[in-house]
Design a protein around this ligand. Structure first.
Ligand code: NAD
Ligand code: GLY
Length: 361
């Protein structure tokens, strides 16, 4: 059974289809492809698994697929790799109305989306996310980017896809560590705005880890519904959308500090969320019991809840590149309870440093 959600952005609104076997359904993709040619950006891991199925589907829709197969890894989310997409688009004489389809996880989706935003100032873009993280978060909402050595996702654009096709069957081949990383973002939605969903996750985590399709369908749909609502209200993150960054300011510092790809994004978000919870508790906003519940759920998901010892000063230095910084002041997403996140100025950097050190491994 397929579920369809809508990201309500006026004339740029688009559907998110969630279900099993969607990759093979030409009736879903066909109407979005104006040209007889589409570029499929993917990577060397995903291509052998799913490129042929997607190519066959496109063929049945009367569209020839032009594949662009990139190296796999967060360390390749760079200008150099982005240029390989542009080389391929130009080499294949793609036009402004040619569609770019991103087939893969968040790295492919973010880079493919940025390429689509830039090529001839914008070509149609379709997300076909194949990791849990991409299905619940990165494929929805139009944030596209590459990394810079000084900071994660620092160069990019807001550019919405025309369609998101989340085929739950692709999760069958996902390594366990990647499934866990996706769960970090799923748990995030419970923490920031949906206490009932957090409780549901406490009760259904084992089913998710066993890749039960009904549980996955519910978790992906619930996550996407949250994300779609937040994005519809604040597409360009002038307010509420910043809440989706719970744990990310610390997490991005971990990813940058350790070197891209050493910890997975979801792993860094998990440890970062526990630092945010620690700081929230120190401010008297979160009970010790709530911190314990959060920690327990991340541990059960197989995620790290302790931060690498990189030095609090270095954390703070990386955090100053955060996109939420305003007038040089750090702003953080903290918790006033499970299901209640806030964006707040924290002027006291010593308090932030103490919370980081308290969560060291
Ligand atoms: P990823 O794209 O690196 O994918 C994880 C790994 O799984 C890769 O090795 C990939 O090749 C492999 N893979 C993908 N699909 C597979 C499948 N079905 N079966 C087997 N292997 C598969 O990582 P990710 O966790 O999907 O995404 C992380 C990235 O997303 C980060 O760069 C992060 O910054 C970004 N992100 C963006 C947003 C956004 O709003 N744009 C939100 C969250 C994260
Ligand atoms: N992942 C954060 C956002 O899309 O805003």
């Amino acid at each position: 059974m397929m579920q369809t959600l809508n990201v309500a952005l006026g004339e740029r609104s688009y559907p998110i289809h969630i279900g099993c076997g969607l990759l093979a359904d030409e009736a879903l993709l066909g109407p979005y492809l104006k040209q007889k040619k589409a570029v499929v950006v993917t990577n060397a891991t995903v291509a052998p698994l799913y490129l042929q199925t997607l190519t066959d589907t496109l063929t049945r829709a009367g569209v020839a697929a032009q594949p662009v197969i990139l190296p796999d890894g967060e360390q390749y989310k760079t200008w150099e790799t982005l240029n390989r997409i542009f080389d391929a688009l130009l080499g294949a004489h793609c036009e402004r109305s040619t569609s770019l389809i991103a087939l893969g996880g968040g790295v492919i989706g973010d880079m493919g989306g940025f390429a689509a935003a830039c090529y001839q100032r914008g070509m149609p873009f379709i997300q076909v996310p194949t990791t849990l993280l991409a299905q619940v978060d990165s494929s929805v909402g139009g944030k596209t980017a590459i990394n810079h050595p000084l900071g994660k996702n620092m160069i990019g654009a807001f550019y919405q896809p025309r369609l998101v096709l989340a085929d739950l069957n692709t999760l069958d081949t996902l390594p366990e560590r990647e499934l866990a990383a996706g769960l970090a973002e799923v748990i995030k939605y419970g923490l920031i705005r949906d206490a009932a969903f957090f409780v549901w996750l406490e009760n259904h985590l084992d089913a998710l880890l066993a890749r039960d399709k009904a549980a996955l369908a519910y978790a992906v749909a619930c996550s996407c519904a949250s994300k779609a609502a937040v994005v519809a209200a604040d597409e360009r993150e002038t307010g509420e959308r910043a809440l989706l960054n719970l744990g990310h300011t610390f997490g991005h510092a971990i990813e940058t500090g350790l070197g891209y790809g050493v910890w997975l994004h979801g792993e860094a978000v998990a440890a970062g969320t526990l630092i945010a919870a620690e700081l929230s508790a120190r401010l008297g906003w979160l009970t010790a019991d709530a911190v314990h519940r959060i920690e327990r759920l991340f541990v059960r998901a197989g995620l790290p809840v302790r931060a690498p010892r990189l030095g609090a000063d270095r954390y703070l230095a990386w955090m100053r590149h955060d996109k939420k910084v305003q007038d040089g002041k750090l702003r953080l997403v903290l918790l006033q309870g499970i299901g209640r996140a806030v964006v707040t100025d924290v002027a006291d950097e010593a308090a932030i440093a103490a919370a980081i050190e308290a969560r060291y491994a």
